[in-house]
Design a protein around this ligand. Structure first.
Ligand SMILES: [Zn+2]
Length: 295
């Protein structure tokens, strides 16, 4: 996607324009932008993406917080007399690290619709934390694996576990992202797999954050055999609301806006023109229409 803006073309998480806007460092957004030389983004995002550039700036264009993960931004561009907002991935409610999206008034809104289906309404964060807490309590003598995306969700989960007094084991890849979070002031207690401290902790029951592909029953079973200790696995993702995973439990912890959040954003933005990406926004627009009719 791209937008024409005051004689320039800005690629939206894409290399299609003379200038690129990179909303955040998840790989489905960074691919294609890496070789670009003029990237509007945050220092945090460029760091997490491993792009060795300073953020680019140009007249009429600014960024605002998107929530979601460290450094995530939305683009606000005053282009040829109209204000365009591109959200990238957003989360409206503050997560445990305090990240949350601002809402910008605009004429033209380009917004994600990952959870644009009315069935995707997430429980309050506190209810999900309680669910995780209960599972930890029930399994204090067992090994636990929690599958998370290594950038964003893993760091949220580490903080959730830290609040229960647990410093989880993490992979080297997750550790690279954690150290960048810490560089920007987000404290995370964790142990890196393969380190001496981790080896010591693994002589007792432990909690480990693993990539989603490792959070499977067969893998937990193999660990149970190797450690001679019961081992259970979980995933933490918004998809847990309706998808089945090959795990013992699934926590609906999301770093995206849910259906109600999307309707709220579209309504509050006042946008006359709304486009969606990463999903279908038909139901979001229908819900906004009925909100306006009922006012
Ligand atoms: Zn993302």
């Amino acid at each position: 996607m791209r937008i024409p803006c005051n004689g320039l073309v800005i690629g939206l998480d894409s290399s299609e324009g003379g200038i690129a806007f990179l909303s955040h460092a998840h790989s489905d957004h960074t691919s294609g932008i890496r070789r670009h030389k003029q990237i509007i983004s945050s220092f945090e995002t460029l760091d997490l993406a491993g792009i060795d550039l300073e953020p680019f700036s140009c007249d009429g264009v600014k960024t605002i917080d998107a929530g979601h993960i460290l450094g995530a931004k939305q683009l606000v561009a005053d282009c040829d007399g109209e204000r365009v907002v591109y959200t990238g991935d957003i989360s409206l409610k503050p997560n445990i690290l305090g990240f949350k999206a601002d809402i910008a008034q605009c004429d033209h809104l380009v917004i994600e619709a990952t959870y644009g289906d009315p069935k995707y309404v997430f429980p309050p964060a506190e209810a999900v934390y309680d669910m995780i807490h209960n599972w930890l309590n029930k399994n204090s003598q067992n090994n636990l694996l929690i599958g998370c995306y290594e950038l964003g969700k893993a760091q949220e989960m580490i903080r959730i576990l830290n609040e229960y007094g647990i410093a989880p084991l993490v992979t080297k890849k997750t550790e690279e992202f954690c150290s960048i979070y810490e560089k920007y002031g987000v404290k995370l207690d964790r142990l890196v797999l393969g380190s001496e401290e981790a080896e010591e902790v693994m002589s007792r029951s432990f909690v480990s954050i693993v990539p989603m592909s490792r959070a499977k029953r067969y893998f937990a079973y193999r660990l149970a055999e190797a450690f001679e200790r019961p081992t259970y696995c979980a995933v933490a993702t918004g998809w847990a609301l309706y998808h089945r995973f090959d795990t013992d439990i699934a926590f609906p912890l999301s770093d995206h806006a849910d259906f109600h959040d999307l309707v709220y954003y579209v309504e509050q933005s006042g946008a006359k023109k709304v486009e969606f990406f990463c999903g279908n926004g038909t139901e979001v627009l229908k819900a906004r229409k009925s909100l306006i009719l009922n006012k």
